[in-house]
Design a protein around this ligand. Structure first.
Ligand code: TLP
Length: 356
C-alpha cells in the first residue's frame, strides 16, 4: 500500500495546520500574476496585504512565511534588545518558538499566568517593571487569540480593551498573536476588526483553519510595517515571487472564514462525546472554537500512550502535556470522522478497562 493511501485513511486531528489547499487555491496559484516582492512588485502580494490591512482596520500589512516568523518579526519591530516582554505563561511564543524571543530578539520574556489563556489586567500591571537602574524596560505586552494551549479559548474585545488601558498607562505596545483570530471572530459572530481594534498590531495565519499551504500576515500602522519589512529581510524572510503564496491567501480571506463555524460545531460534538466517556475529562467551558483538550489520566495511562493507541486505530492526535491530549478540527474533518473517532475511543477505553 502506498504511504499516501495509508495517510488518507487516517483521521488527522493533530492540528489545523495539516489542511490542504482547495482546488480553487491551486488554480489561483497557477494563474497568479507575479513579480519580485522584495521590490514590492508582486501585484498578488500587494493585493493580499491591502485586503488584510483593510479587513483588520489597520493601515498596512506584510506577508511572511510562517506564524513563528510573524511573531518574531513583530516582536523585534516593537522592541529593542534588552527589553522586557510580558506574555501569557502558556503562550505559543513562550512555549513553541524555540526561544527566538531570547535567542534572536535579545528580549527578556516575562511570563504571566492567565485564566484560560486570558491575561488579567491587574496581573499585567503588577508585572510591569518599575523604571530603575536594575531593571530592563518593559515595552511590550503580547496576547494570544485564540489561545492554543488553553484550548482555543477566546480573548473578547472587552478583555482586550481592558489590557489596552494598562498598556496605555505605562506606554507599552500591545501585540496580538492572532494565529487563529478568525476562529475567535466567527465564534463570537463579530467583525474581526472588533478584535484588532485595541491592539497596536497583530498577526494571523493563512495556513491553519483557512487552509492555505503557507503564510501568515502581520498587520499594523505603516511605520511599524516599514520596520517589520526590514526585520523580515534581515531574518531571511524577504520573498521574491511570493504571489504564489498570496494567491491562495486572497481566496482564504474571501471564502474560507465563514466555514470555520463547521470546525467549531465538530469540535463541540467531539468534546461532548468525549466528556461522556468514563475515564476521560474534558473542560467543556474551554471548547470555544476548534480545539479540544482531553485529560486521559483517569484511564491510568499518560497522553503519549493514549496517542500511540489512537494511532494504531488510525486516529492522530497531539501531545499537550503529560495527561492531556489535543485534538483540532479543520476542513479535513467531517462530522462522520468525529463520530468514527468517538466510536474508536469508546472501544479503546473499554479495552483498557478490561485490562485494568
Ligand atoms: N501552532 C502549531 C504548533 O506550533 C503547536 C499548532 O499545531 O497549533 N501562534 C500560535 C497561537 C500557533 O498556534 C502557532 C502554530 C503559531 C503561532 C506558529 O505558526 P507556524 O506554525 O506557522 O510557525
Amino acid at each position: 500500500m502506498e504511504v499516501a493511501d495509508v495517510k488518507k485513511r487516517m483521521i488527522d486531528l493533530r492540528s489545523d495546520t495539516v489542511t490542504l489547499p482547495t482546488e480553487e487555491m491551486l488554480e489561483a496559484i497557477r494563474n497568479a500574476e507575479l513579480g519580485d516582492d522584495v521590490y514590492k512588485e508582486d501585484p498578488t502580494v500587494n493585493r493580499l496585504e491591502e485586503m488584510a490591512a483593510k479587513k483588520m482596520g489597520k493601515e498596512d500589512a506584510l506577508l511572511v512565511p510562517s506564524g513563528t516568523m510573524a511573531n518574531l518579526v513583530s516582536v523585534m519591530s516593537n522592541t529593542k534588545r534588552g527589553d522586557c516582554v510580558i506574555l501569557e505563561a502558556e503562550s505559543h511564543m513562550y512555549w513553541y518558538e524555540v526561544g527566538g524571543l531570547s535567542a534572536i530578539a535579545g528580549l527578556l520574556p516575562w511570563p504571566v499566568k492567565g485564566n484560560m489563556g486570558v491575561l488579567d489586567p491587574m496581573d499585567v500591571e503588577a508585572a510591569v517593571r518599575p523604571r530603575n537602574i536594575y531593571f530592563p524596560e518593559t515595552t511590550l505586552v503580547c496576547i494570544e487569540n485564540t489561545h492554543n494551549r488553553a484550548g482555543g479559548t477566546i480573548v473578547t474585545p472587552a478583555q482586550i480593551e481592558a489590557l489596552r488601558k494598562v498598556a496605555e498607562k505605562y506606554g507599552l505596545t500591545l501585540y496580538m498573536d492572532g494565529a487563529r483570530i478568525f476562529n475567535a471572530a466567527v465564534a463570537l459572530k463579530i467583525d474581526v476588526r472588533e478584535l484588532a481594534r485595541h491592539v497596536d498590531n497583530l498577526m494571523f495565519c493563512l495556513s491553519k483553519g483557512l487552509s492555505c499551504p503557507v503564510g501568515s500576515v502581520i498587520v499594523g500602522d505603516s511605520e511599524f510595517i516599514e520596520r517589520a519589512e526590514k526585520v523580515r529581510k534581515m531574518l531571511g524572510g524577504g520573498m521574491r515571487q511570493a504571489g504564489i503564496i498570496a494567491a491562495p491567501g486572497i481566496i482564504a480571506l474571501e471564502k474560507m472564514v465563514d466555514r470555520l463555524e463547521e470546525d467549531h460545531v465538530n469540535a463541540r460534538l467531539l468534546a461532548e462525546g468525549l466528556a461522556k466517556v468514563e475515564g476521560l475529562y474534558v473542560d467543556l467551558s474551554r471548547v470555544q472554537t476548534n480545539i479540544v483538550l482531553v485529560d486521559v489520566s483517569g484511564l491510568g495511562i499518560d497522553a503519549n500512550t493514549f496517542i500511540e493507541k489512537l494511532k494504531e486505530r488510525r486516529v492522530l492526535a497531539s501531545y499537550h502535556s503529560r495527561s492531556i491530549v489535543r485534538m483540532v478540527t479543520h476542513r479535513g474533518i467531517e462530522r462522520e470522522d468525529v463520530e468514527k473517532t468517538l466510536n474508536i475511543i469508546e472501544g479503546l477505553v473499554k479495552e483498557l478497562k478490561v485490562k485494568m
